[in-house]
Write a protein that binds this ligand. Structure first.
Ligand code: ZN
Length: 266
């Protein structure tokens, strides 16, 4: 029984993740958010057992049952990530529960919203190689407002001190310089805007750690792709950067990695 509640929380997160997939795959596509889910190639409507998060993808072995078109790996990745994030959020803020159910609920809702928008950005950037303004602007707004809302008497993560407000532009600065120097070749301006939100969310110490971690994982995956693709890897091959930025953010947030602790290993 001790695993029952964590499993339920994880599964609830994967269901949330499949709603995020609907947004990722229909946003700006001309398709509304209503109507039934269907195969993007042969348009066949999906039955209920083909809409179960993660398991349907595994059961169908990643292919449409009718036309055998591969189903995007983005679906199970987003579902699994939201499940794992929700579980980690609940366990992180569980210590609030005996103190105040309201504060617990506030933190879970606040960070679930932030990570949900981030996962939509990840999926959208993988698919379309762009970060839509109508996702990243609300994210900047919510993380900024959060600076003024996370102060509960003695319980606060970081308050809206001048440092916390400056952390947004400060964390975005290195990416802005890379963007300006490469004239947008190495990363997009959307990544710069995303980093502002990451700075507001994490503060400067953890925000810079998120940057460092995203550069490391990005470089690692980049080298790995060049090795497995060999000569097929072209100079023009473009890796979206937002997934790495957000992966770094998840690590820095949940493991409380600061840039000083990270660089202290050297
Ligand atoms: Zn199909």
């Amino acid at each position: 029984m001790e695993y029952f509640i964590p499993v339920v929380i994880f599964l609830f997160g994967t269901v949330l993740g499949s709603f995020l997939n609907v947004i990722i795959f229909r946003h700006n596509s001309g398709r509304g958010f209503g109507g039934r889910s269907g195969c993007l190639t042969c348009a066949r409507n999906l039955s209920w057992y083909e809409l179960v998060p993660i398991f349907s993808y595994l059961g169908l072995r990643g292919k449409c049952r009718d036309c055998h078109t591969p189903i995007s790996i983005v679906y199970p990745i987003i579902e699994f990530s939201m499940g794992a994030i929700l579980l980690m959020l609940v366990s992180r803020f569980a210590f609030f529960l005996p103190l105040s159910g309201a504060i617990f609920t506030y933190f879970i809702a606040f960070y679930t919203l932030i990570f949900a928008i981030m996962l939509v950005i990840v999926g959208y950037d993988i698919r379309h190689k762009i970060i839509p303004n109508n996702l990243v602007y609300p994210l900047i707004f919510i993380t900024f407002i959060g600076l003024f809302l996370s102060n509960f008497g003695s319980v606060h993560f970081h308050t809206a001190t001048l440092n916390a407000i400056l952390a947004g532009p400060l964390v975005a600065l290195p990416l802005f310089i890379l963007w300006a120097v490469s004239k947008g070749a190495w990363l997009g301006f959307g990544d710069v805007k995303l980093a502002i939100a990451i700075g507001f969310m994490l503060g400067a110490e953890r925000g810079f750690a998120a940057l460092v971690l995203s550069f490391w994982t990005g470089a690692l995956i980049g080298v790995f792709l060049i090795i497995i693709l060999g000569r097929n890897a072209t100079k023009k091959m473009y890796l979206p950067f937002a997934p790495f930025l957000i992966f770094g953010t998840i690590l820095a947030f949940f493991l409380n990695v600061t840039v000083t602790s990270l660089l202290g290993y050297f």
